[in-house]
Write a protein of this length. Structure first.
Length: 902
């Protein structure tokens, strides 16, 4: 019982005794919650919002689910039915108010009881509920709220069986690949799809009260929410507001909208009515324009300008709400590359405020398997800070997780990070039964309506890879023809497209990611080849090619997924597995590798570039997996570091390959590439995955590399296999030309220390805004293998002589280089700048490739640079932390390719 709440309610009823309407929110997450298993032998204290695994862990019933092999040991949890219960004491009300239960997210299949009476069945985690419990309330007394959850795994299995028996075929994927060690049939439950396991994550199909939960007490009318749409037309901003009101009886409601900073104040009133005994819900609209003389400042993505946001206040009587509003326009350009040659295909790029934007970013997966509000909020902010810090301007909110919170979208707007929003459908076909469509229509309607007015929203995509899966024949299906698959697919996503057009006429919608954009629509909703480089976006993965060579890559309009795995470093992994399991093919590590074939391909890819250990010298490079030492505990830490080097270079080359096709088309109409969004930013556990930030929030080498490969003014060099020439590109993503720049190219020989054997210098008058430009150099080599002898350092200086970017091309057959020629790298002076910042000097005598600075004490933060190649004797970097850590010089360590984790 919470006395403060009784007191508050009592006070409210006095205050509004003489007024028509009032409302109050009782936060039920603050009540004490208990939970128990179906046979009641397991019970404990629950957290709300929360989930069963966190509660079982917090109450001592299970070990940390993310440790060791617990993901396999805890499968019984998702087979259980669980009950959550709380009580709430309500004071006496003299106003005869209505009582409504507001549930933001119930995960997933549950029945809700108020004082023992069934009030709600829930079937979709992504739909909020507003339930009238007025008749069941006990005033001046204790009320019981109980939520009984059904096992999601058993539910989806039953639904899949029902489906197969009715339709005579299974609905793919039917089951996840065995190597995921997950559950089956996630496509039959409207629950975050990754919770049944993914190739980067374990299976924890949680249950629990996943969002806010309130008892909403009001009389007369309730101002539930408001949304707004902004449209720029004829030099003016037009706003369309929509107020969502619950009410009963007939009454007048009045609204006031204010944007104080713009001097905007608009009011209106409405008559609403519903039958006396029934609740009504009205969506009331108000349109107005912002006078030209008060034109707001535009909101710009990171790197293109300021992220100006205004406060918008709406009041319905004394009920007030506030949001942030930003002003930007977004357009998806899909005109023909050459109208005279339609076979060349179409552009696919976005304009923000009429300016073309090159999308530089990454893919976002949920921050956790679990629902711990405190921890997840901190993780989210750290990750979004890390995205903005390295110059990205977009994240793709991938379709196998969940729709993020309003706070999340607000934070992305504040940071200038655009959001490419998938609807939460991924790598599967979904039922198209009337029941399912009703569930998903409600979901898509609610979520788009909620998300549409967030300034950071760039585009909404109907799903992740479902179109590609049909055409790529990813699944063995019987009794289910491709034509029928297409029909079912189109039925669902055309409905979503319609909802999207209605709710967000000013934000683009694409049927899938990847898709061919307009071309997909023109081909009826499923393109013949959704991976066509001439249209829309593509996802690209290939582990059987040389990922360190520019020529390897395709030249699409937009690359919205690409990447390669790496292992977290030892410091992270040993927090999550026993030290004795820290070897490449231990059972524990094996069970964390969910990528089919990943065990083999990672070794092949790494040793295509990096030396096999001397312990394996008698073994051929391609048979390296047969060498016991490579998969032993003694080598694992170095192998993890190697994997991060491989990932960093693979992402670097691929990203810069896409960037160098900005505003450039090939003879056959390819190019004009405008997106580079790698897979994936973050992790849900410690395991080999595609992330660039590991689960303990340490930046991997690739995330440090990202700051370099995403720089807005950049220089990029690669060795052209066609003419054995060093090709150098200048990239300018700014909205202004880069003028009077100097380019300096040095050729260094490994045996020759830090002095270049050759230097070239160029003056470039202008790199126009939004372009890439090639610079042909005289640096020639007679064959590609000769490259292993050299290092090419390209530096870009601006007109005032300041260095603005540096690119180092390391040989892709690094194993051919004599590692004894690398420098001895050391920590020099360490200076504390302020509570959160240290300055660290690093010195070397010779070239120091893949220099890695680490800190013995854990910290949340990043070095301003790391994983770099030193070609000068001194480098100064800073360590920036979020929380104060007390550090001495002796806490820092540095190594390079010669000696890291040896
Ligand atoms: C009760 O359920 C738990 C969890 O499923 C199970 O481990 C336990 O064996 C059950 N106990 C009894 C007495 O059935
Ligand atoms: C939890 O379980 C124990 C053991 O069965 C039982 O004594 C206790 O009353 C239960 N507590 C709740 C809150 O159900
Ligand atoms: C396919 O259809 C046949 C004949 O109707 C049936 O026997 C078989 O079980 C079906 N297969 C699946 C996978 O449902
Ligand atoms: C809530 O339900 C009660 C009982 O069914 C009904 O009398 C009351 O009018 C309902 N309130 C609203 C606002 O619909
Ligand atoms: C939630 O996260 C916080 C901060 O990491 C932690 O202290 C707390 O124990 C967690 N709660 C649960 C239920 O896991
Ligand atoms: C560029 O450099 C030339 C000479 O180096 C100078 O005359 C000219 O003013 C410069 N232009 C700009 C825009 O800095
Ligand atoms: C291509 O470059 C031109 C010239 O700078 C620029 O006006 C145009 O906006 C660029 N196009 C794109 C798609 O960036
Ligand atoms: C050159 O770069 C430096 C360092 O970033 C900057 O301070 C300076 O303003 C730049 N000069 C010009 C002309 O852009």
């Amino acid at each position: 019982m919470h006395m403060s709440q009784c007191a508050r309610l009592f006070w409210l009823s006095l205050l509004f005794y003489s007024t028509e309407a009032f409302n109050d929110l009782i936060d039920l997450s603050l009540q004490p919650w208990g939970f128990w298993s179906s046979n009641k032998t397991i019970n404990g204290t629950g957290n709300v919002p929360g989930d069963i695994y966190s509660d079982l862990f917090a109450s001592g019933h299970i070990d940390n689910p993310l440790f060791g092999e617990n993901h396999l040991n805890l499968r019984w949890v998702a087979e259980e039915d669980w009950t959550y219960r709380t009580t709430v004491y309500l004071g006496k009300e003299t106003q005869q108010p209505g009582y409504f239960l507001d549930l933001a997210s119930v995960d997933t299949i549950a029945t809700v009881y108020w004082n023992g009476e069934k009030v709600l069945h829930t079937r979709n985690q992504f739909v909020p509920y507003h339930v009238n419990v007025t008749d069941l309330i006990i005033e001046s007394g204790e009320n019981e709220l109980m939520i009984k959850f059904k096992s999601p795994v058993r539910y989806s299995k039953r639904r899949a069986e029902e489906y197969a028996s009715v339709f005579g075929h299974k609905l793919p994927p039917d089951c996840n690949p065995d190597i995921y060690h997950g559950e089956c049939h996630q496509n039959f439950i409207r629950k975050a799809q990754y919770s049944y396991a993914w190739d980067w994550g374990p299976s924890f199909p949680t249950v629990g009260i996943a969002g806010d939960i309130y008892l909403n007490v009001y009389r007369g009318q309730l101002f539930h929410d408001f949304t707004f749409k902004t449209r720029f037309n004829n030099g003016k901003w037009h706003l369309q507001m929509e107020f969502d009101v619950f009410h009963y009886g007939s009454r007048t409601v009045d609204f006031e909208v204010r944007i104080p900073e713009l001097g905007v104040r608009e009011t209106d009133y409405y008559r609403v009515s519903s039958s006396k005994s029934m609740q009504g819900r009205s969506k009331l609209r108000l349109k107005f324009s912002i006078p030209i003389e008060k034109e707001p400042k535009r909101w710009w993505p990171n790197g293109m300008g300021e992220q100006k946001l205004y406060d918008i206040h709406v009041a319905m009587g004394y009920q007030k709400k506030q949001k942030k509003i930003g002003f930007k326009t977004v357009e998806l350009v899909q005109d023909y590359i050459d109208p005279k040659k339609p076979e060349y295909g179409r552009n696919f790029y976005f304009k923000i405020n009429d300016v073309p934007i090159f999308l530089k970013g990454t893919n976002w997966i949920p921050v956790s398997m679990f629902r711990n509000t405190t921890e997840n909020k901190a993780r989210t902010e750290f990750l979004l800070d890390s995205v903005a810090e390295v110059g990205m301007n977009v994240i793709r909110l991938w379709g196998g997780g969940y729709y993020e919170s309003n706070e999340f979208y607000d934070y992305t707007a504040q940071k200038g990070i655009l959001v490419w929003q998938d609807l939460m459908f991924a790598c599967a076909l979904y039922p198209t039964t009337e029941e399912f469509i009703k569930l998903t229509d409600a979901e898509v309607y609610t979520q788009i309506d909620r998300i549409a007015d967030h300034t950071s929203l760039l585009v909404v995509a109907g799903n992740n890879e479902n179109e590609a899966a049909i055409r790529g024949h990813w699944w063995k299906t019987s009794n289910y023809t491709e034509n029928q698959q297409v029909k079912d697919y189109v039925l669902l996503y055309k409905r979503f497209a319609k909802i999207a057009k209605e709710l967000m006429p000013n934000v683009p919608f694409v049927m899938s990611s990847p898709s061919n954009g307009i071309e997909t629509e023109q081909e009826g909703g499923v393109a013949k080849n959704p991976y066509d480089n001439r249209y829309g976006d593509i996802h690209y993965y290939n582990e059987f090619v040389n990922l360190w060579r520019d020529e390897t890559y395709l030249t699409p309009r937009c690359a919205s997924e690409y990447g390669v795995q790496s292992y977290p470093l030892r410091e992270t992994m040993l927090n999550w597995i026993n030290e004795s399991d820290w070897e490449y093919t231990s059972k524990t590590m094996f069970h964390r590798q969910h990528h089919p074939g990943g065990i083999a391909t990672n070794l092949l890819m790494i040793f295509q570039h990096l030396p096999i250990p001397s312990e394996c010298k008698s073994i051929k490079r391609e048979d390296v997996h047969q060498c016991k030492y490579v998969t032993s505990n003694s080598y694992m830490s170095r192998l993890a570091y190697f994997s991060q080097i491989h990932q960093a270079i693979a992402l670097k080359v691929q990203t810069l390959h896409y960037r160098r096709f900005r505003n450039i088309t090939t003879e056959d109409g390819l190019g004009n590439t405008m997106c580079a969004m790698y897979w994936q930013l973050n992790d849900v556990w410690a395991a080999p995955t595609w992330s660039t930030i590991d689960f303990d929030q340490n930046w991997k080498l690739a995330h440090y590399e990202a700051r370099r490969f995403f720089a807005s003014s950049a220089i990029y060099a690669y060795a052209d296999e066609a003419d054995f020439n060093l090709k150098v590109f200048l990239l300018n993503d700014h909205m202004t030309p880069l003028q009077n720049v100097t380019v300096n190219i040095q050729q260094l020989s490994w045996g020759n220390g830090l002095d270049p054997i050759l230097t070239e210098e160029f003056h470039v008058d202008s790199v126009p805004a939004g372009t890439s430009q090639v610079l042909n150099t005289e640096m020639k080599f007679s064959k590609m293998t000769e490259l292993s002898e050299y290092l090419y350092v390209s530096t870009l200086y601006n007109s005032t002589g300041d260095k603005i970017h540096e690119d180092v091309l390391v040989p892709d057959f690094l194993f051919e280089v004599d590692f004894n020629t690398f420098g001895d790298v050391r920590i020099g002076d360490v200076k504390r700048i302020d509570e959160l910042t240290y300055e660290v000097n690093v010195t070397t005598d010779k070239v120091s490739p893949f220099t890695w600075i680490s800190c013995k004490k854990p910290f949340i933060g990043w070095f301003t640079d790391n994983g770099f190649h030193m070609i000068q004797t001194l480098r100064t970097v800073r360590l920036v932390t979020k929380v104060e850590v007390d550090l001495q010089k002796s806490d820092f360590e540095v190594c390079n390719l010669k000696n890291c984790y040896v």
